[in-house]
Ligand binder design. Structure first.
Ligand code: AHG
Ligand code: MN
Ligand code: MN
Length: 336
């Protein structure tokens, strides 16, 4: 029988070999993974669990909240607030930070999450997910405030996502490569199914919402035009396109077989840097992508170097196979 490695065993062994997963961080990751298990159960119940449809409210970004956005947010808060590893949490679905209540011990970590990514896919039974990012609270002061969260993505100590698809898969980095765990529903445990994930440097597959093409900046248009020109165009090869409209699912495909994902700035809302959020979408995904040998930028600079000035800050995103990300970024840097 092949030996099965559980998430717990993986984390313990990582700590033994590299010493970068202190007990508090391990607890935190395991609790997030447990919360994802619970979310996965709700997702799977669908209409039978009365979890589909809208909740009748809006989040801080003016987006209509789905029932599952709220359920997933509550599951993550409830699961994580008591363990003693965290000082505070932040979420796409909450305007301000959630400070761990006084009745629980305060830990040294900060957790950020997009509780339910791909909300438009919930009701149509297409893959959705949960994204999370872990930072350390800066030393030297009591209490915790929003400014403690405003750290560049390179400061993340762990990041990951769970994709609720045909399989439920947890993808994790603690800064030493990327590991994937598949949920064994009978046993209720996460089993390591891939380690040392690597993204090929080259690809013939791009992911972008093409319906926005007329609104993009010239460098973005140029890149896609060249891909569409195929074999007889400047790239000399045919490209394929995929767009799931759940970042988690698109990134999961890229981690599995390569590709480039883009959600660029567009001229409809010129003051918005992009649609996706830096701190709980772009940063954790960029950390994973870099750890798998890929690259991630905001079209101008490395994503993980961007210093945030707002919790819910938006950003342009280009991530995936290194050579394509470098090309898209170079077109933008050159301004055309
Ligand atoms: P969320 O459901 O958390 O608001 O995120 C949705 C995001 C992302 O998952 C996806 O890549 C993108 O929005 C899809 O946008 P379009 O609807 O413009 O395709
Ligand atoms: Mn999202
Ligand atoms: Mn979301």
């Amino acid at each position: 029988m092949t030996k099965r490695i559980s998430l717990t065993q993986y984390l313990v062994e990582q700590q033994r070999q590299h010493g970068h997963i202190p007990a508090q961080l391990r607890l935190l990751i395991e609790v997030v993974a447990r919360a994802c298990k619970r979310i996965s159960i709700s997702v799977n119940k669908g209409a039978l669990g009365d979890v589909l449809g809208t909740a009748g409210s809006e989040n801080v970004q003016g987006e209509v909240q789905k029932k599952l956005d709220i359920i997933a947010n509550e599951v993550l808060i409830e699961a994580n607030e008591w363990g003693g590893a965290l000082a505070a949490m932040a979420s796409e679905e909450m305007e301000g930070i959630y400070v761990v209540p006084n009745r629980y011990p305060q830990g040294e970590y900060l957790l950020l999450f997009d509780p339910l990514d791909g909300s438009s896919n919930i009701d149509v039974n297409v893959s959705i997910g949960t994204i999370f990012s872990v930072l350390k609270k800066p030393d030297g002061h009591e209490g915790v405030s929003e400014s403690d969260f405003l750290q560049a993505g390179k400061q993340q100590v762990a990041a990951g996502y769970c994709v609720y698809g045909p399989q439920t898969t947890l993808v994790l980095t603690v800064g030493d490569g990327v590991a994937m765990f598949t949920l064994d529903r009978e046993q209720g445990s996460w089993v390591l199914t891939q380690d040392g994930v690597q993204i090929p440097e080259d690809t013939k597959e791009f992911a972008i919402n093409m319906s926005n093409m007329r609104h993009w900046a010239p460098p973005m248009k140029r890149y896609i035009d060249e891909c569409l020109a195929g074999k007889s165009g400047p790239r000399g090869k045919d490209f394929n396109m995929r767009w799931i409209a759940s970042m988690v699912a698109d990134v999961h495909r890229i981690l599995t077989r390569g590709g480039v994902f883009m959600y660029p700035w567009d001229q409809r809302e010129p003051d918005k840097a992009g649609k996706l959020r830096l701190m709980y979408e772009a940063n954790p995904m960029s950390f994973l992508i870099e750890q798998a040998g890929g690259a991630a930028t905001n079209t101008q600079q490395r994503m993980l170097d961007v210093t945030p000035d707002k919790l819910h800050q938006r950003v342009s995103v280009v991530l995936g196979s290194k050579n394509e990300v470098d090309r898209v970024t170079a077109y933008h840097q050159a301004g055309g």
